[in-house]
Design a protein around this ligand. Structure first.
Ligand SMILES: *Cc1c(COP(=O)(O)O)cnc(C)c1O
Length: 457
């Protein structure tokens, strides 16, 4: 069969606004041309993030009604803990309100100032939290990731030769943590193979370093391993996810993605001593260790979400939805990172808008045009996000690629929404030269993209 229908139907809907073109222009201008400053009631299709933006199921909402809000020892915690323990195999689990809280608590206890955290690619808040504890974030993506058009199956892998060279070299002593992001959100939603995880773990352990997973999309990574890696076709996504977790010494997870909930996160550990230190910081800054900043009803939704997300029929339909969207966008004349991942599509704005230099932020220009023409919100992943700026906010060194990420919320949009977005992109691709560049008006020093303000050139 060529069509894989989603294993659910719609029961509750939320209205979507349609602004006129002048209204959109005024909204974007008032937002300082930063999509993070737009209001949700100004957006027709919101592809800014797949984080906490998914739809919940009837089973999750029914479970939420059972939420136990006891300060300590709530029944909801034990339901969530049992599901998470079965999925991950870790003995020591701590709930947190979202992924970055897990980053802060783990890095505070695992990294010292001057140390190095090495990754396939750090996510933005992960990078920031490494730096906040005085450590250095080093990204070693595999060489295949540099070719956006190639169909290599595991472009999310870490560069094993570079990892070994770092560990064995003069900076090896400074490495405090090896952290693999699955899937690689910073680099095209590309998966990491089990072979790469195993080899990276072996290298880390050979040099006496802890090996952890940043596993926000553990189920989507498992699905792509099942489809693409020899030897895994007959394993369930859950079995593959468990095997990945068990390769590592521990994990941090933003459950706003594959937890299928609006809020939540998790730290999983094998080491009881590290657990004790993390628990003390959790209690001081997030909440007691049986709720970690979450309400009982959140824990209930999470317990159900962890089961629903590894359902093969859900993962097959979601992967197919993104793959079909990629074909529509490619047919409309816009190149995307190949092969398509699951949680997002990455548009090659540099190729679509060659008349703009990196200093004019082509990814940002394309994102703005998608909003102006169709009320579509997206996220730039190019020189605005990753480039180096001087004191006057002028671009000094560009990002390697000028991309726009269209993050796809889970169980939210229908085929018609995707066709609509592809049509807006197709119209842009017919006359790309009309699109102008942008310049930065003001920018904060850390996590620039969230608060930067721009103006058209
Ligand atoms: C979202 C995300 C985080 C941070 O999690 P939040 O829940 O947004 O705080 C960390 N790492 C990765 C890979 C993510 O996708």
């Amino acid at each position: 069969m060529s069509r894989i229908p989603p294993p659910y139907r719609i029961k509750v809907v939320e209205p979507v606004p349609f602004l006129s073109a002048p209204e959109r222009r005024a909204a974007l201008d008032a937002a300082g041309y930063n999509p993070f400053n737009l209001r949700a009631d100004q957006i027709t299709v919101d592809f800014l993030s797949d984080s906490g933006t998914g739809a919940t199921s009837t089973a999750q909402e029914a479970a939420a009604a059972l939420g136990d809000e006891s300060y300590a020892g709530a029944r909801s915690w034990f339901r969530f803990r049992d599901e998470a323990a079965e999925l991950t195999g870790y003995d020591h689990l701590l709930p947190v309100h979202q992924g970055r809280a897990a980053e802060r608590i783990l890095f505070t206890n695992l990294l010292k100032p001057g140390q190095i955290c090495v990754s396939n690619t750090h996510f933005d808040t992960t990078h920031a939290n490494v730096e906040i504890v005085g450590a250095e974030a080093v990204d070693l993506p595999c060489p295949e990731a540099a070719d956006l058009d190639s169909h290599e199956p595991f472009k999310g892998n870490i560069d094993l030769a570079a990892l070994e060279a770092l560990l064995a070299g003069p900076d090896g002593e400074r490495v405090g943590l090896v952290l693999l992001t699955i899937t690689n959100n910073g680099l095209g939603a590309q998966p990491v193979s089990m072979a790469n995880l195993t080899a990276a773990r072996d290298l880390a352990h050979r040099f006496g370093k802890p090996f952890f997973l940043d596993a926000a999309r553990f189920a989507e990574n498992a699905w792509l391993v099942k489809q693409r890696e020899p030897g895994y076709a007959d394993r369930t996504p859950k079995e593959i996810a468990t095997a990945a977790f068990q390769l590592a010494d521990g994990c941090l997870i933003s459950l706003k993605k594959d937890g299928l909930t609006a809020i939540g996160g998790l730290i999983g550990l094998k080491d009881p001593e590290l657990f004790g230190r993390c628990e003390a910081l959790l209690i001081a800054t997030e909440g007691f260790s049986t709720y970690g900043g979450l309400a009982g009803h959140d824990l209930e939704r999470l317990a159900v979400g962890l089961r629903e997300v590894v359902d093969p029929s859900y993962l097959a339909a979601r992967a197919e939805q993104t793959a079909r969207f990629a074909r529509m966008v490619n047919d409309a004349g816009v190149a995307t990172i190949q092969p398509a991942g699951i949680h997002a599509l990455y548009l090659n704005a540099g190729r679509l808008l060659p008349h703009l230099t990196p200093a004019e932020f082509p990814g940002h220009s394309l994102g703005c045009q998608m909003f102006l023409d169709g009320g579509i919100r997206s996220a730039e992943l190019g020189s605005l996000y990753l480039g180096t700026l001087d004191e006057e906010h002028r671009l000094v060194s560009p990002a390697p690629f000028e991309l726009v990420r269209l993050a796809i919320p889970r169980r939210v949009y229908t085929e018609e929404h995707f066709a609509y977005v592809a049509e807006v992109l197709g119209d842009i691709a017919k006359d790309p030269e009309r699109i102008r560049g942008y310049r930065i008006v003001s920018a904060p020093p850390l996590l620039r993209h969230f608060k930067v303000r721009l103006a058209p050139r």
